[in-house]
Design a protein around this ligand. Sequence first.
Ligand SMILES: *[C@@H]1O[C@H](CO)[C@@H](O)[C@H](O)[C@H]1NC(C)=O
Ligand SMILES: *[C@@H]1O[C@H](CO)[C@@H](O)[C@H](O)[C@H]1NC(C)=O
Ligand SMILES: *[C@@H]1O[C@H](CO)[C@@H](O)[C@H](O)[C@H]1NC(C)=O
Length: 314
Amino acid sequence: MGLHLRSLEMLVLLISFLWWPRLGSPLSNPETKPARALDATLQEYAYRAFLHPRTGIPFDGLVPPYLTGIEISAMRLRSGSLYHRGVQTFKEFRIPMGIREQPYVERLVLVYQNLGNWSTTYYPIPGYTYLAPIVGLLAYNGSDLSSTNLPELDLWAADDAITVKFGKISSRPDGSKPKCVWFDLHGQVNFTEVESDNQCSTYEQGHFSIVVESPPPAPPEVPAPPEEPAPSSRKNMPKVCTLVAIAGGGTALLVLLALLIFCAWRYKKRKRIQQLERAANAGETLRMTRVGSMRVPYAMATRTMPDLELDFSA
Ligand SMILES: *[C@@H]1O[C@H](CO)[C@@H](O)[C@H](O)[C@H]1NC(C)=O
Ligand SMILES: *[C@@H]1O[C@H](CO)[C@@H](O)[C@H](O)[C@H]1NC(C)=O
Ligand SMILES: *[C@@H]1O[C@H](CO)[C@@H](O)[C@H](O)[C@H]1NC(C)=O
């Protein structure tokens, strides 16, 4: 019995160990972390573009050398002006009247990002191909232009949608239907219809592009822009493999454990029978006899024997 309890404890321990990683760390979207760090970096560099800040004028910024290929721009606005007039054009974006922000700030800065050839690195979406670079629009408190690590303001269009007009997009595989893709700041992905002129609509800030579904056996696309495999998704592969391995190993371990318990139980049982047998052989009241293939103890019956003998001899 002691062995049984010990094994049960071990089983519970093993099971809880196997489940621990999943219960212990809620799977927060692992893809969003580098992208959010990039947002913070780009906010800082975009703010540096304001040498002589003028309201309502876009200022193009410079990115650090290790991010070459990314374009940034920043526009400072009075909150009231943004709400009443909107912004006719800010790169690909057209911002209508009626934009609100939360919390309220007197001045805000809209930071524009064009991730260029870094799009798939920071925003990998398996199963899709980008036809345009990712562009982002994020709103920050514009009171202090030397601020870094600013949190984004909540920004939303109350009436008309903000539009993102992608000019020329990469040619797409025949028959595939392009979709607008929108990543919000929490890493949520949403797809919407592409409007005329390769235009997408949104009621919130975030990152936008146009994608097509990649056919399962990705054919070599000649005219498509060079697409580097996303390192973060590649990094995830071993993680998945490890998880599968752990799960597989765990199952094998469980089976092994069950087998062990069973063997131990069988061994104990056989030993007890052997003990019984030995006791029977040594003792006087119990004896083993063979009934079919089983050996069972029986009491010595001395009184019936003479009757049997009598019957036979009679
Ligand atoms: C993007 O292009 C620039 C050169 O224009 C290069 O330095 C950079 O490494 C490229 N980024 C990626 C992720 O390939
Ligand atoms: C915006 O920044 C200014 C200056 O740093 C600060 O005083 C103000 O509280 C900030 N507003 C919000 C809503 O964070
Ligand atoms: C995502 O798009 C669908 C329509 O395609 C819409 O119903 C849904 O509200 C969108 N999600 C968010 C968070 O906007």
